[in-house]
Write a protein that binds this ligand. Structure first.
Ligand SMILES: Cc1cc2nc3c(=O)[nH]c(=O)nc-3n(C[C@H](O)[C@H](O)[C@H](O)COP(=O)(O)OP(=O)(O)OC[C@H]3O[C@@H](n4cnc5c(N)ncnc54)[C@H](O)[C@@H]3O)c2cc1C
Length: 419
């Protein structure tokens, strides 16, 4: 398979676009692999890519029960940021930000990473104080952060309600200029193609239905396409983490599955050129390259594995949007959809070995795992290959919940739906 390049595009233009090959192969499962990753979402595919690229493993498979991009990687609102305050999170997500900045070149696929910045709005003096604290912590960790006054916010976001009649007036905001968005499908497709080019077998329509575990050590998996042997199996199935782990006897995880919705408007002319989050309700907005306003909000509020949501949350998100920017009042909504979130007890992820030898867990991404895709795959690949975490993910172990070392960025306690 050839690399994508300007020359290839030119060649295609001159030859009727007939020379393009499939982006990745569709192989039959082999009997045995050096490592198997369960879940062909962003995290599973990134893990397989970095295992092959950085750890010299050649016989790797990714088992995906559906099609690539059918899970959360293709359903999210694509916000990328590293504006964390706690030390463990800050270093991990900033490592991810640096990988994002090189990603399109690295995997030879345009993931449309757009560093348009993100602005978190503040609506009270207390919120401004909290943002000053977070911004200072970020800067101490070498991460870009700017505290914006109300007038500076107005320069970036003139469409907000500054009339003096707003229910929640804007006081200012915290900006991360290097934050932004990426094209979610391209991230899945790009990692898949890059991994495939390094020999990784991507097995779609291959649901994992059981594990072969003997004497506390994993020997392989059972799938809808037959049994496959391997002494190393990584689980990266996001909202299905509890279900898949239960098949391996890990029955009580510090994770609850919730649903989160997103929605998109009809296409508009350029309206907003940054990512903006409301500080007085759960609402955030950006504009896609096709022109649609992409809105997100809070969880639906009950546990479920279903990839569909309900209308009350759509109404709530749009009410928040109207409170913030009444100008959107006559815009029509085109579509809304949901994904299943693996909400952890402290709001931080798990990238870890497990009590079963050779079985590794990547989960607990809550609703912020898209931005973590490169760093998560990078750290999980290290954990799977070396049988121990990297320095960047050594805090994100499964046993931290037993040890009481919680990484609670929001400080809301062990209530998964609040993180
Ligand atoms: C509406 C919405 C908005 C979001 N917005 C953002 C955002 O703006 N920024 C951000 O950072 N994050 C966001 N997220 C969160 C982010 O999308 C997820 O945290 C992240 O994508 C999860 O990792 P993944 O890509 O590997 O998951 P997925 O794409 O869900 O991959 C997991 C895969 O595992 C497969 N699987 C499950 N069970 C099995 C099995 N038994 N056998 C084989 N395969 C199996 C599934 O089919 C799925 O394809 C959002 C999520 C949603 C739903």
């Amino acid at each position: 398979m050839s690399r994508y390049s300007a020359l290839e595009v030119l060649k295609g233009g001159l030859t009727g676009q007939k020379h393009w090959q499939r982006a990745w192969r569709d192989p039959e499962p082999k009997q045995e692999y050096d490592a198997i990753i369960i879940g062909g979402g962003g995290h599973g595919l990134a893990t397989a890519y970095y295992l092959a690229k950085l750890h010299g493993m050649s016989r790797i498979a990714v088992c995906e029960k559906g099609y690539l991009g059918g899970g959360n990687v293709g359903r999210n609102t694509t916000i990328v940021r590293s504006n964390y305050m706690l030390e463990d999170n800050a270093h991990f997500y900033e490592h991810g930000m640096k990988l994002w900045e090189e990603l399109s070149q690295d995997i030879n696929f345009n993931v449309m990473f757009s560093q348009r910045g993100i602005i978190n709005l503040a609506h009270s003096d207390a919120q401004m104080d909290a943002f000053a604290r977070r911004g200072n912590a970020m800067r101490l960790n070498g991460i870009d952060a700017e505290l914006l006054t109300r007038d500076q916010v107005k320069e970036h976001l003139p469409m907000l309600d500054y009339s003096g009649k707003a229910r929640f007036p804007v006081y200012g905001g915290l900006q991360q200029p290097r934050g932004g968005t990426a094209r979610h499908d391209a991230v899945a497709w790009g990692y898949a193609r890059a991994a495939d080019m390094l020999g990784v077998d991507i097995l779609q329509n291959c649901e994992v239905t059981g594990f072969d575990i003997h004497d506390g050590k994993v020997q392989g998996i059972q799938t809808t396409r037959g049994a496959i042997k391997s002494g190393k199996v990584g689980i990266a199935v996001a909202g299905n983490t509890s279900r898949v782990c239960a098949l391996a006897g890990l029955n009580r995880l510090p994770i609850e599955s919730h649903k989160l919705q997103a929605m998109v408007s009809e296409p508009l002319k350029p309206f907003i050129d940054t990512v903006c989050t409301f500080g007085a309700g759960h609402f955030y907005v950006s504009q896609s390259d096709k022109g649609g306003l992409v809105f997100g909000g809070d969880l639906d509020g009950y546990n479920s594995y279903a990839q569909r949501g309900n209308l009350p949350m759509v109404a709530h998100v749009l009410q928040c949007g109207m409170a913030l920017m009444p100008a959107i009042g006559r815009i029509r909504l085109l579509r809304h959809w949901a994904g299943v979130m693996d909400m952890s007890m402290d709001g931080s992820p798990i990238i870890s070995t497990t009590p079963v030898k050779g079985l590794y867990l990547n989960g607990g991404w809550c609703y912020g795992g898209f931005k973590a895709t490169p760093a998560s795959g990078w750290c999980f690949a290290h954990t799977v290959a070396q049988d121990r975490p990297h320095r960047l993910n050594e805090a994100f172990t499964l046993d931290r919940f037993e040890r009481g070392y919680l990484i609670d960025e929001k400080g809301v306690g062990p209530i998964p739906a609040l993180h």
